[in-house]
Design a protein around this ligand. Structure first.
Ligand code: FES
Length: 169
C-alpha cells in the first residue's frame, strides 16, 4: 500500500516557484515597510509652516484698521503692534528682556507691565525701570499693498527706542 501526500504530487519546479513567490512577497512587504517608515520620518523632518503664528509671518491686517496711537495684541504671534501717534508702526515682542515673562499692556498706565519683577515699558516698548535691562525686542514690520505683516522669525534686540525703528506706509 502506498500513500501519497499532496507534496508528492508537486513537482520540484512548482516548489521552486512557490519558494520564489514567497521570497518575492516577503521582499515586497519589507520594501513597503521601509517606504512607510521613510515617509513618516520625512513628515517629521519637514519644516512646519508657521504662517500666521509665532515663528512665521503674521498678517496683522489693513493699515487703516490700526488708528494712530493704538496698541493691538496678537497673542498667537506673541507681539503687540504699536501704531505711534505719527502713524509709524512698531511690533514689539511680549517677552520681557529681564527673564522672559510675558508683559501685558495696561491702558490705564499707558505702559507695558511685567508681572514677574515689576519692570515697566512705555507705549513704544522703551524701558522705564529695572530689573529689565533694555527695551522690548522688536520684529520686522512689512507693509505690502496696504496690509501690515509682522515677521516673528527673528526678534531684534535694542537698547532703547529710536525713531528709525518705526515703519511707515
Ligand atoms: S522677567 Fe520681567 S522684570 Fe523680571
Amino acid at each position: 500500500m502506498t500513500t501519497s501526500t499532496r507534496m508528492d504530487s508537486i513537482s520540484p519546479d512548482s516548489q521552486m516557484s512557490r519558494r520564489n513567490f514567497l521570497k518575492l512577497g516577503a521582499a515586497a512587504l519589507g520594501a513597503l515597510a521601509v517606504l512607510e517608515i521613510s515617509a513618516v520620518g520625512l513628515m517629521f523632518l519637514q519644516p512646519r509652516s508657521l504662517e500666521g503664528e509665532f515663528g512665521g509671518v503674521v498678517t496683522a491686517g489693513p493699515v487703516n484698521s490700526f488708528p494712530p496711537g493704538s496698541i493691538t495684541e496678537f497673542p498667537a504671534g506673541r507681539f503687540f503692534l504699536i501704531r505711534a501717534d505719527d502713524g509709524g508702526f512698531l511690533a514689539v515682542y511680549r517677552r520681557c528682556t529681564h527673564l522672559g515673562c510675558s508683559v501685558s499692556w495696561d491702558p490705564g498706565l499707558n505702559q507695558f507691565v511685567c508681572p514677574c519683577h515689576g519692570s515697566h515699558f512705555d507705549e513704544l516698548g522703551d524701558i522705564l525701570n529695572p530689573p529689565a535691562p533694555r527695551a522690548l525686542d522688536t520684529f520686522l514690520v512689512i507693509i505690502e499693498d496696504g496690509v501690515v505683516k509682522v515677521d516673528t522669525s527673528k526678534p531684534r534686540t535694542r537698547e532703547e527706542f529710536e525713531s528709525s525703528q518705526l515703519v511707515y506706509t
